[in-house]
Write a protein that binds this ligand. Structure first.
Ligand code: PLP
Length: 413
């Protein structure tokens, strides 16, 4: 890889050759992939990008840690739509607001970006089995992207994972272990199994390539905005790999001169599980929390990528916001009704955070904001129904329809 220098420990600074099965530093610190931006600048221009036919995350290959000979993975990952939402912006009192709907990825979450990268690196490593633990979306995206590439998967999920995600896993043919315990216990079991059997490791906080896949969401947002930098980008945070990847992508673009300033990040967590935001707010080291929220994808009491995530929030002079489950449900309804975008609870948590910050007057009138919806609502229909209600249920005749409308006060012209 001519564009990559090495993997560098975020804790002790030790560097490692960027082999495909790179994991963590011997000190236990998480590695970060460092690039040769001088080389990349000679290979990638905005004009060249604009003319590119590849409508997936692989259109940014010069900025990705893969061999030049590595082919794009089979499923179309990335290049999700960025919608300008004028009515929602007006309702919230913002100058301009965009929603990046990453629920439109092939397995319906942003995690596809990391899983496609994992599949590409596993193939480079000559592996034929990949494994991970996940709150659900990393698992279903890995199972789907691996199935498309002909790789076998072993997946560990906590038993609370919503049915939609489990259905995806079973459909994609993964060997699925549902752990009767917390995400933390699930993670530890997967780690032990991966060590025992030597599978390719798709755990995002261990494999440093995965946030490089996730960073493509930032590259796309900026290209879709024609390189005009918004004031804020809001995203939901669990383990912290996603926000770290988002920040890495923005810094890459800054380093090669594609953007002239950096936005501030908005780190949105659930009130019932916000160890990273709490660390920022108190200025103290992060401490484990209970996993007490319906937003299962970000119910992470022991965040695995705390160092990189905290660094991203601090470096960007970012904001933190913690939202209740009721606020998450309200944001799900609001996005559905105002934008036609259906997000899962963790998927809409960033937007719930934006709404809360607008109402508190922290952001507003003069601010431009991108809110990333990280996962699709069909993954968790039970919570969508709980948030938005049941339909009118009647026998199939006009008499019942008229009385149901009258009863509900629905006036039809
Ligand atoms: C995984 C996930 C997140 C958070 O990503 P982390 O890397 O765990 O911080 C947010 N939303 C959805 C839908 C996810 O699946």
């Amino acid at each position: 890889m001519k564009n990559v220098k090495y993997g560098k420990c975020t804790r002790c600074g030790k560097t490692y050759e960027a082999v495909p099965d790179l994991t963590v530093c011997e000190c236990g610190g998480i590695l970060d992939i460092e690039y040769d931006y001088g080389y990349i600048k000679t290979r990638l221009t905005k004009e060249a990008l604009a003319g590119r036919g590849e409508r997936s995350m692989w259109r940014y290959k010069e900025l990705l840690p893969v061999e030049e000979s590595t082919a794009p993975t089979p499923l179309r990952v990335g290049w999700s739509p960025l919608y300008e939402e004028s009515r929602l912006a007006e309702q919230l009192g913002l100058k301009r607001l965009w929603v990046k709907d990453d629920g439109q990825n092939p397995t319906a979450s942003l995690k596809d970006r990391a899983s496609a990268m994992a599949v590409a690196k596993a193939l480079e490593a000559g592996a034929d089995v990949i494994a991970c633990s996940s709150t659900g979306n990393a698992a279903s995206s890995l199972a789907g992207n691996a199935a498309a590439a002909g790789l076998k998967t072993y997946i560990f999920v906590p038993s609370r994972a919503p049915k939609g995600k489990v259905a995806q896993l079973m459909t994609f043919g993964a060997t699925v272990v549902s752990v009767q315990g917390s995400y933390e216990e699930t993670f530890e079991l997967s780690k032990a199994a991966i060590e025992k059997w030597g599978w390719y490791n798709r755990n995002a906080a261990i494999n440093p390539y995965l946030s490089e896949g996730k960073k493509t969401v930032a590259l796309e947002i900026m290209e879709q905005l024609d390189w005009q930098v918004p004031d804020y980008i809001a995203i939901s945070v669990g383990d912290g790999c996603t926000i770290a990847g988002l920040w890495k992508g923005l810094k890459d673009l800054h380093a090669i001169g594609f953007i002239d300033r950096l936005p501030r990040l908005i780190s949105a967590q659930a009130e019932g599980c916000c160890p990273l935001n709490r660390a920022i707010e108190t200025g103290e080291p992060w401490r484990p929390m209970e996993e007490n929220t319906l937003a299962d994808s970000i119910a992470v009491g022991v965040p695995r990528n705390a160092d990189k995530a905290l660094n991203a929030i601090r470096e960007s002079n970012g904001l933190t916001v913690n939202v209740s489950d009721a606020e998450i449900m309200a944001a799900q309804k609001l996005l559905g009704r105002t934008c036609g975008v259906f997000g899962e609870p963790a998927g809409v948590t960033g937007t719930a955070g934006v709404k809360k910050l607008c109402e508190a007057g922290v952001i507003g009138r003069n601010d431009t904001v991108v809110s990333v919806v990280t996962g699709n609502g069909l993954k968790d229909v039970a919570n969508a129904i709980a948030a938005c209600g049941e339909p009118i249920t009647i026998p199939g005749d006009m008499e019942h329809l008229l009385s149901a409308f009258a009863e509900k006060g629905i006036a039809v012209d």
